[in-house]
Design a protein around this ligand. Structure first.
Ligand code: GPV
Length: 842
């Protein structure tokens, strides 16, 4: 037959001996080339959007070069890789981030200007990929940026949802959800991998067969579909290293289902196939709550099965097959319990397919997996009913029982006949309908378990995972969250970045935030303070402009910009914030002309989505908008107070909102917010925090100093007592007068005669104030007065804001990722050679 000629690599080098050029003409040529050949438009007629598309394709070419180099290099080095498994990746827009990380932003800006385009305007043409709900998904995205930047061999694995988190519209003050079909206009940032597809099975049965005297399990029947890979290259900053975010999309299996075909129902057979696509079609819009739906379990299993098959395939490409080497080449990080079935899936692959014995397989698995917990709230701890798992994944249920059996044997050895321990530690919950506790499964199957802030990890060890901690104290670690300074300072706040560059003499701080320590003396340098104030003013102007456009509200640029932007949740206490706004409004209304002169003008801005099924959260949005209606149209109030609800809070508008903030609120009841990560973004942008001693606020307080943060409220060790007190006290004694007055105004219909507004108040006023709004309200008012007091001294305010910015270095996700790499993954960086060096080498 025909023999393919051995690849002549020197010939290929000759044909493509260099990468894309980066001089101005080369950039322009590449853009115009893509207008003509990729978009198939005439090169003389392209709109802003087409220009964005062509530009993106031009940048994509460069990403692909680096991406290919990286994959090849890691393979040649036989690198240990870390695989970050997450049902959510909230990466946000890609264009500016890519240009900044490739250090091509200025070059492209200049090249485009000559073609008649402003780069910054093109940024706004990009859709915002929103494949996540909130903090958990955004954390995964920040981690990828740091993994690439720190040269760690790694992959993100997730789902390519056709619809991301819904778009939030506000109609009549209510949240209305509209679908986010983000792929409408194509997606230049992904690479479809038609050659990377895996079969995924659902339902069916387990057959037992005897093979050389051992019983083996074969999972058969049911339905099979395919998962196809889509790669988004993630470039590191100032490095050739570019890692993959590999997202899976479901497809019909390639074989036709002949049984339905033979029954003559051709259309039914096709319809059946179409259903496969449905699995990855939509992201569940729940943040910190368990959806508990069969389709969600299918999504989880699809991610897990495709990813583990991919990981095993990559491992098997090594020269010799040695399964015991698996944990030295593979570390898997589970982003909460959502992908916990990966533990079971790897066992199934090793035992049923690779034919390892149970105990060897278990050893390999428990050395490879690690689990990050992101909440202690009971409503978020995932539990799947045994009947559902048995139906959908019969072999996995057997394996879960096997794991539980082996583990409970150990428990029995350590604590003989201690039923309390056994029932707390068991993976299977026996009360009522049997359920699989995914957190227990994750802990038992992992080498290390971590919380996401000091206080949160302590709570894990002393409350929800107490029994596990007592049994395996060394399994538990803390890894305080972080955020990437590339997106959250360099991209979102270019003026502040330029100030740092200028004063520090280089942009090294972007990769090494500890450099900001050198700016300590500058916080009291009048010129530096003025520069900082000027930058804040410009960012406030950009924000005012955006608010005018999106909310039709004119903000007073000299007012204090006070922002709370995060998912709407009772534990986050947006309710307390808006109740305080009402209180403030009433105070202004009652103040004398003399008193009015001393009032600090405020613009209180809220942003965040409510889960579509979360009635109380949706009512809070309605209350905020009802208050805004009254306050903003009250001529007596004028510029002293404005209230806005910013619709559709997402990554791209966070990049406008956060740099403009002067005060940001992180006011969850102590012990409820695992970490919070926007608090870190706000301080990095020179903003003061008004917050409780919860989550990462505790460590922010330590980092910036108590004189540079407004802390109030019940502390975590007192929360239980205060709840007890709340339940045992008459509401008229428990709630302070200031708050009772506010309740009364709402009852009286001052913000509209809407029974829903009363229901919100009812949710806390009858001995059910579980998040202690009433308990903390007076202290909150006091802290707010301190805020006003400080804002009357602009230079003091600026100085403290600067201390927040330059003492935020601990909260870079680079620090977080380095800790994971050293203390959990045992992972070394591998730097991909720069193109010049490669050319030299060959
Ligand atoms: I579980 N988090 C989230 O965004 N979604 C979830 O389903 C769960 C947790 C958040 C926590 O609420 C934040 O406190 C934390 O900062 C973030 O995860 C990242 O760790």
């Amino acid at each position: 037959g025909l023999q393919a000629s051995p690849r002549d690599t020197s010939k290929i080098w000759e044909l493509m001996d260099s990468y894309q050029g980066s001089d101005k003409v080369a950039l322009q040529q590449s853009i115009v080339h893509h207008v003509e050949y990729t978009l198939a438009r005439t090169r003389f007629d392209f709109s802003k959007f087409h220009s964005y598309q062509a530009l993106s394709h031009s940048v994509r070419d460069r990403l692909i070069e680096a991406f290919n180099d990286t994959n090849l290099h890691f393979h040649q080095m036989d690198a240990k890789r870390i695989y970050y498994l997450s049902l959510e990746f909230l990466i946000g827009r890609c264009l500016q981030n890519a240009l900044v990380n490739l250090d091509l932003e200025d070059d492209y800006r200049e090249a485009l200007l000559e073609l008649g385009y402003k780069l910054e305007e093109l940024y706004d043409e990009e859709v915002d990929p929103a494949l996540g709900n909130g903090g958990l998904g955004r954390l995964a995205a920040c981690f990828l940026d740091s993994l690439a930047t720190l040269n760690y061999p790694s992959f993100g694995y997730g789902i390519r949802y056709t619809y991301g988190i819904f778009k939030q519209l506000i109609k009549d003050g209510y949240q209305v959800e509209s679908p986010d079909f983000w792929l409408n206009q194509g997606n230049p940032w992904e690479i479809e991998r038609l050659d990377v597809q895996y079969q995924i099975r659902f339902y069916g049965f387990v057959k037992k067969v005897w093979d050389h005297g051992v019983e083996r399990s074969v999972w058969e029947g049911g339905e099979t579909i395919m998962a196809r890979a889509y790669d988004t290259p993630i470039p590191g900053y100032n490095t050739q290293n570019t890692i993959a975010l590999r997202l899976w999309k479901s497809h019909p299996a390639s074989e036709f289902d002949f049984s339905s075909f033979n029954t003559g129902d051709y259309f039914k057979a096709l319809e059946q196939r179409q259903k496969a696509e449905y699995i990855t079609s939509v992201l569940y819009p729940n943040d910190s709550t368990d959806a508990g739906k069969e389709l969600r379990l299918k999504q989880q299993y699809l991610l897990v099965s495709a990813s583990m098959q991919d990981i095993v395939r990559r491992f098997k490409r090594r020269k010799v097959l040695d399964w015991n080497a698996f944990p030295s080449k593979v570390a898997v990080q589970l982003n909460d319990t959502h992908p916990a079935l990966a533990i079971v899936e790897l066992l199934r692959i090793l035992i049923d397919i690779e034919q390892l014995d149970n105990m060897s397989a278990w050893q390999i698995v428990t050395k490879s997996f690690n689990y990050t917990n992101h909440t202690v709230l009971p409503e978020a701890l995932e539990k799947w009913g045994v009947p559902l798992i048995e139906k959908l994944l019969p072999r996995h249920l057997e394996i879960i029982y096997l794991i539980n059996f082996l583990f409970l044997e150990k428990v029995q050895q350590k604590y003989p006949n201690n039923w309390g321990k056994l029932s707390a530690l068991s993976i299977v919950e026996e009360e009522g309908t049997k359920k699989v506790r995914m957190s227990n499964l994750s802990i038992v199957g992992s080498k290390f378990v971590n919380g996401v802030a000091k206080i949160h990890t302590e709570l894990l060890k002393t409350t929800i995972f107490k029994e596990f901690f007592e049994m395996h104290p060394n399994k538990f670690q803390n890894k305080t969250n972080g955020v990437t300074p590339r997106r959250w300072v360099r991209c979102a706040n270019p003026a502040l970045a330029a100030l740092y560059d200028r004063v520090l003499g280089s942009d090294k701080w972007v990769q090494d935030m500890e450099q900001l320590k050198q700016l300590e003396p500058n916080a009291t340098d009048p010129q530096f303070v003025r520069d900082f104030q000027m930058i804040k003013m410009e960012n406030k102007e950009r924000f005012v402009h955006w608010i005018r456009k999106t909310c039709q509200v004119d903000l007073n640029i000299d007012s204090l910009f006070d922002i709370q932007a995060k998912r709407i949740h009772e534990y986050k206490r947006q309710l307390m914030n808006i109740l305080y706004v009402i209180y403030r409004y009433l105070v202004i209304k009652e103040s004398s002309p003399e008193e009015r002169k001393r009032i600090v003008p405020r613009s209180v801005c809220f942003g965040g989505k409510a889960a579509p099924g979360y009635a109380n959260a949706k009512r809070v949005i309605k209350l905020i908008n009802s208050v805004a209606d009254v306050v903003n149209n009250d001529h007596q109030i004028g510029d002293l107070l404005k209230v806005v609800f910013m619709p559709n809070y997402n990554v791209s508008n966070a990049q406008i909102i956060i740099p403009a903030a002067e005060l940001s609120q992180h006011i969850s009841t102590a012990g409820t917010e695992a970490s919070g990560t926007s608090n870190m973004k706000f301080i990095m942008n020179g903003c003061l925090i008004l917050g409780t001693l919860d989550g990462a606020n505790v460590e922010i307080d330590e980092a910036v100093g108590r004189e540079n943060i407004f802390i109030f409220g019940t502390q975590v060790e007192d929360v239980d007592n205060m709840k007890e007190k709340m339940r045992n006290t008459d509401p008229h004694e428990y709630f302070p007068q200031e708050l009772l007055k506010v309740f009364q105004e709402i009852d009286n219909g001052r913000f509209g005669h809407n029974e829903e507004l009363r229901w919100i108040i009812d949710s806390i006023r009858h001995k059910n104030d579980n998040y202690l709004v009433g308990q903390d309200f007076k202290d909150y008012i006091k802290a707010q007065q301190q805020v006003d007091e400080l804002y009357r001294q602009p230079n003091e305010w600026a100085k403290k804001s600067i201390y927040n910015a330059i003492r935020s270095f601990k909260f870079s996700s680079d620090r977080t990722i380095q800790e994971y790499a050293e203390e959990i993954w045992q992972l070394k960086p591998i730097k991909v050679p720069e193109p010049a060096a490669q050319k030299h080498e060959r």
